[in-house]
Design a protein around this ligand. Sequence first.
Ligand SMILES: C[S@@+](CC[C@H](N)C(=O)[O-])C[C@H]1O[C@@H](n2cnc3c(N)ncnc32)[C@H](O)[C@@H]1O
Length: 255
Amino acid sequence: MTQYRDNFTSQEAAAKYDQDVYAEGSYSALLSELEYQLVGEGLGEAGQGRGTLDFACGTGRLTRAIPPQHHPAHGIDISSEMVERARLQDSQAEYQVLDVLNSTAVEAAALGRFDRVLAFRFILNSEPRQSLECLSALNQHFCDSQTVLLINNHGNRYSHNIVSYLLARFGIRPAGVTGNTLSHKAATQLFNQAGFEIVDRVGYGLLGGRLGMKLGPDGVSRLEKSFLGRFGSGLIGRLAGHQLYKLRQAAPNRD
Ligand SMILES: C[S@@+](CC[C@H](N)C(=O)[O-])C[C@H]1O[C@@H](n2cnc3c(N)ncnc32)[C@H](O)[C@@H]1O
């Protein structure tokens, strides 16, 4: 069976990611705008000048959005096809094909430590064991207890995604329904096992693509922005399809 890590290792898959998933005007592209804002806010004040690591950076969608005060920006991914596309779209950041689970001590030391780390669109689809091993490996690239990891779950189970989750559970799979979701409880367990604690959480993406796009790009964009501004950080935000977590190393795990 194909592993998630192999899903983006063809030129077609890499192109599809940019051209289909993030096609102009698509729901994902509209949410990207919110993610740029959230990344800017979540990264906070400038760190110690060690910059930001974007783990599983893909085609550099968020690496490119890292604000200058958090540079140098460094994206790593195991897919050379994704990294190639990232390099073509961005000459500022450093992009590298690297597998944190199989990198040598020399490669890990050369990558170094960072003030901030990003990991977007990874933990939902990656196998749980692989997610845990990768997140655990990221610890060695943290500067200190002030280092922040911004990580998202783009398939929050208790949101509009509950419909596709239940359909799939009962064996009903209309086209496009994967049923792939991750609960806040499972995400929290993963973070804790990897040595992190949650310091903040924001929800965005209330409507989901199917319903949202019925409103058209302008309508959905306005509504999602307004939802994030009013409810993203509160209890209602927990019912949004995407959850962004701000993590720090848990006390016993700090250097
Ligand atoms: C859905 S893309 C997300 C890309 C980017 N973070 C974004 O939000 O647009 C997932 C990426 O994870 C990468 N990936 C999967 N398993 C990985 C692993 N074990 N180590 C590093 N990257 C991995 C894939 O190659 C792919 O580029």
